[in-house]
Design a protein around this ligand. Structure first.
Ligand SMILES: [Zn+2]
Length: 447
């Protein structure tokens, strides 16, 4: 190990120790300092086990949690960042916390959620074995720039990458990356057959309707959600690659799906979630996991981190889902509409740094599809903006209640019993979960 790398590790470990001594969680800080001092600090770590990275606009945290659960159930010690921390500095901190004084990281697998824009910089320094790519949607424009810029960044990385690439064949933004390196034979597409809620015309605002290779308009047989569906280019045949995994018979009422001739029961019932499981299944298949582990995980495992998380409070069921972009929000509205009953919606919108200060994305949410929504409560730092947005969709303004404070919002939401949904954006989701728990405690304390 070079002197510079030795010093990098020693200094980093020293920082972690000091932070712990003063009772602070090391978190992101050591990585940030190390990165500032030495841009090549990731090269100082010696990782000898396979690294599996998960990236894409929506679903990264869920898929990383699922894969970590499967890898841990099957094959020993894993290191993972299931709580997010998916930037270069976060991953650097994670390795620092898990290495010895020589920078050796001892594990059987590393499963790493990785921000799309950080894939090239991290994996030009750490040897990646498998990259799982879920989808590309418009997201947090302030930070990421246009989605095309992001796709091109990942494409550039893939042009020289020869490891496994797991790709969503039904998202043209992702499927195109299968051609980034014609010499890479390790391209594994997953696709999901038409489900009962698929439509012939696009249902929500989407992107990627033109062929990235010849600019011809793509032809869709059907749309599953947003721009995800069965498509092909009539001119250059883009979109006709045979999938490695084909998910069949998605049944949202069971809920279940079929893969390689076997039926798997699942814990949730949205098509968006089925796509996440298709990615998980495909990555797990590459590592040859016992089917029993997959059955057990798909049926029982819960991420419980504001991702389709359910709370039961005084006879009411509340489902919370994170949505940081129009596709995520439209997906939650779709899940909500698929419940054949009256329901109330809480929408918590913040505009903190990590959310992007620009909240104009809420105008791309399709609120006109509301079905049996009897009341809406809005909260968060931009509670009024989201209330106006919903009013402008034609929803009765008398049924919208604005409560910027989250505790007030909970009191309001639970005035009535019945089915409830909550959509919260990035920095709103954890405070929302905390407010739900506080409300539950107050309610139980008062009998
Ligand atoms: Zn084409």
């Amino acid at each position: 190990m070079s002197v510079k790398n030795s010093l990098t590790i020693w200094f980093g470990k020293f920082m972690v120790k000091c932070l712990r001594l003063i009772g602070r969680d090391a978190g992101n800080a050591p990585g940030l300092v190390l990165w500032t001092l030495n841009k090549d600090c990731l090269k100082a770590f010696k990782v000898e086990c396979p690294i599996i990275a998960v990236t894409g606009t929506n679903g990264k945290t869920s898929v990383t949690n699922y894969l970590s659960h499967i890898f841990a159930s099957g094959k020993g010690k894993i290191i993972t960042n299931t709580q997010g921390n998916n930037l270069d500095t976060g991953i650097c901190s994670l390795l620092l916390a898990n290495c010895d004084m020589k920078g050796r990281v001892k594990a059987d697998y590393l499963v790493l959620e990785t921000d799309e824009s950080h894939v090239p910089v991290i994996y030009s320094k750490l040897k990646l074995e498998t990259l799982v790519l879920l989808n590309f949607f418009r997201d947090q424009l302030d930070r990421n720039g246009e989605v095309e810029t992001l796709i091109l960044k990942v494409k550039k990385f893939l042009e020289t990458f020869e490891g496994n690439v797991v790709l969503n064949a039904d998202d043209p933004n992702v499927a195109r990356l299968g051609r980034a390196n014609p010499n890479n034979k390790n391209i594994f597409y997953f696709s999901v057959e038409r489900y009962s809620g698929a439509t012939d015309e696009p249902y929500e605002v989407g992107e990627g309707k033109f062929c990235p290779f010849c600019d011809t308009e793509l032809v869709y047989d059907y749309y599953q959600y947003s721009h995800v569906g069965r498509f092909h280019c009539p001119k250059c045949r883009f979109g006709e690659d045979k999938p490695f995994t084909l998910i069949k018979n998605v049944d949202l009422s069971a809920p279940s799906f079929e893969a390689d001739g076997e039926t798997y029961k699942t814990a949730h019932n949205s098509i968006y979630y089925m796509y996440n499981l298709a990615a998980v299944y495909t990555a797990a298949k590459l590592y040859d996991f016992d089917k029993k582990i997959l059955h057990d995980t798909f049926e029982h495992f819960e991420v419980n981190n504001g991702r389709l998380e359910t709370f039961n409070i005084a006879g009411s069921e509340l489902m919370v889902n994170l949505a940081k972009n129009p596709v995520g929000a439209n997906m939650t509205l779709r899940v909500m509409n698929e419940q054949e009953c009256e329901k109330e919606l809480l929408f918590v919108l913040n505009d903190n740094l990590a959310d992007g200060h620009d909240v104009s994305w809420i105008w791309d949410i399709n609120f006109s599809i509301f079905r049996d929504v009897t009341r809406v409560v809005t909260s968060g730092t931009r509670a009024y903006d989201i209330a106006i947005r919903i009013k402008c969709s034609g929803y009765d303004p008398d049924k919208i209640v604005v409560r910027p404070d989250l505790d007030d919002a909970m009191e309001e939401l639970f005035k009535n019993s019945g089915r409830k949904f909550a959509i919260a954006n990035y920095t709103a989701v954890q405070p929302t979960r905390a407010a739900i728990k506080r409300y539950k405690e107050r309610r139980e304390a008062n009998g």
